[in-house]
Design a protein around this ligand. Structure first.
Ligand code: NAI
Length: 506
């Protein structure tokens, strides 16, 4: 049944996600399966068989994406996007992306296209998995912001030798992921949420994320909220992983830290993830397409199976989820018919992907004492948009000047002399020059390596509401006679606070 058909039948899509409607009205589950690239089809086939055996009857629409979707440059055919939008629920295999070259990642595009802003990555100790942390009681969830930060993928070559990537953080996006982290804590009966940031260095971007988290935390007095710098968090995760419950962090931090947490409990082959938005949800393994073992029947389907269990719980199919999870735990405890990645460290003979799946199927109906208690409620995110998330109202703004970034091959002293001359009879003064973030003017020139890319900071002679555009253009024109400008940034004062960073040494 499509979303339109559900709406026609009187269900309220302003308050219900497709998954919520399925659960509330006892409808058959309808989902898109994207087998994907490499090992994707092998593990998808095994997982779908286990789901059937476990009583999770799902009406699948199979769609192509990634390298498998030949003929579509973005790896996302329109039919796939339509089917995903209609079902609102996706189980996705890995999609291959070129490294350092080629087109955009179809994975990232899918997440952004459907505003799947919350990436939920649990890491929980599994029975019989050999890791250096096997005796540690690890049970945590990383909630990673999924659509902003450096992963906006806005990059520009500044000079032939200097590349730049924009780190975009919004107040609303930060508030949304913080709310998602507390929703995870509530659904799973967890008691602590730790915000992880690099706000000591990136005071505006990571600082805004931390501030939004603290604002949201204030509305959840029943749950402990704290903050840790991401580098210390990485260290603490290895030293004391039991101390963590829910970790809420930005996109890049979360990408790295969630692979670390996957490593703590046995590796990527065992790590599931959910990509959640207000309207729809997509579940997948954390690992990639594993081209080195593709087509050999060696792949471990556990991560995708755990992702499918998360999907069932999201859709309210709690019974089937529990049956299948217990069968998986029993299979891991028995330690028979395990795939190579799990069997080799145990020094036992490895089985194929499908033999492992058959073993899980044969264990449906058995229960494991080690299987964790099921979540107290299905995990779904409330419907929220930048308009509905409470964020601070825009403050009073004025312009204090601008940074003009230029390409220049000479010394900082020569550049400063040229720039000072360029400001003659204009309402700006040269306030500072930095190179790779380090102040080189005024004052002593540091003994550092300089790139051919300079930030030239000009202060307005008098505070103003807006930069005088014609005089700014005149300054740029003058600068163009001795240097090549790359980009310009306003120096805004927002509610009396500088909306720009100072240079190191300034
Ligand atoms: P990868 O995760 O595919 O493989 C890393 C290592 O782990 C390989 O040795 C592989 O054999 C092993 N491995 C991964 N999954 C396994 C499983 N289920 N069972 C047993 N062993 C497993 O990472 P890699 O090689 O860096 O990336 C390959 C491709 O996958 C790239 O094109 C990358 O862009 C893509 N990728 C896609 C993701 C997604 O669709 N969400 C996530 C990560 C990578």
């Amino acid at each position: 049944m499509t979303l339109n058909a559900l709406n026609a039948a009187g269900f309220n899509d302003q308050t219900d996600s497709p998954a919520a409607m399925v659960a509330r009205h006892q409808l058959p589950l309808r989902a898109v399966a994207i087998p994907g690239d490499g090992i994707g089809p092998e593990i998808m086939d095994s997982v779908q068989r286990i789901l059937v055996a476990g009583g999770a009857l799902i009406d699948w629409t199979e769609c192509a994406a990634g390298a498998t979707a030949r003929g579509d440059a973005a790896g996302l055919p329109a039919e796939t996007l339509d089917a995903v939008a209609s079902a609102g629920l996706v189980l996705k295999g890995p999609l291959a992306t070129g490294i350092g070259t080629g087109g955009k990642s179809a994975n990232v595009t899918l997440r952004k296209h459907f505003e799947l802003y919350a990436n939920v990555r649990p890491a929980r100790r599994l029975p019989g998995i050999v890791t250096p942390f096997a005796d540690r009681d690890i049970d945590l969830v990383v909630v990673r912001e999924n659509v902003e930060d450096l992963y906006a993928g806005i990059e520009h070559m500044q000079t032939p030798d200097v590349a730049q990537c924009l780190k975009l953080i919004t107040r609303a996006g930060s508030a949304k992921i913080a709310r998602a982290a507390f929703a995870v804590a509530k659904a799973e009966g967890r008691s602590k949420v730790t915000c992880a940031s690099k706000a000591n260095i990136m005071k505006l971007t990571e600082g805004m994320f931390k501030q939004a988290f603290e604002d949201v935390a204030a509305a959840h007095p029943g749950i402990t909220a704290d903050h840790m710098l991401i580098d210390n968090l990485a260290h603490r995760l290895v030293m004391m992983p039991e101390d963590f419950d829910v970790i809420c962090t930005t996109n890049m931090n979360g990408d790295i830290i969630s692979d670390l947490t996957a490593g703590l409990v046995g590796g990527l082959g065992l790590a599931p993830s959910a990509n959640l938005g207000s309207h729809m949800a997509m579940f997948e393994a954390v690992h990639g397409s594993a081209p080195d073992i593709a087509g050999q029947g060696k792949a471990n389907p556990t991560a995708l199976l755990l992702a499918a269990i998360m999907m069932l719980r999201h859709a309210g199919k709690m019974g089937a989820a529990e049956r299948i999870e217990h069968a998986l735990y029993v299979t891991l405890e028995e330690g028979v018919d395990l795939t190579a990645d799990m069997a080799t460290p145990r020094r036992i003979t490895a089985a194929s992907t499908s033999a492992f799946a058959d073993r899980i199927i044969s264990n449906i109906g058995k229960r494991s004492a080690q299987c964790p208690a099921a979540p107290v409620a299905p995990l779904r995110l409330e419907r929220c948009t930048p308009q509905t998330v409470a964020v601070s109202a825009p403050g009073k703004r004025s312009d204090a000047g601008m940074d003009i970034f230029v390409e220049y091959a000479g010394s900082p002293q020569e550049l400063a002399a040229c720039l000072r001359a360029a400001t003659t009879n204009l309402p700006f003064t040269l306030a500072m020059i930095s190179n790779r973030g380090l102040k080189v003017y005024p004052g002593a020139v540091p003994q550092a390596d300089f790139a051919d890319h300079w930030r030239c900071r000009f202060a307005s002679r008098a505070p103003q509401d807006d930069l005088p555009q014609d005089q700014l253009c005149e300054l740029m024109t003058r600068i163009s006679t001795f240097a090549r400008w790359c980009h310009v940034e306003r120096l805004q004062i927002i509610d009396g606070t500088p909306g720009f960073s100072v240079a190191q040494g300034q």
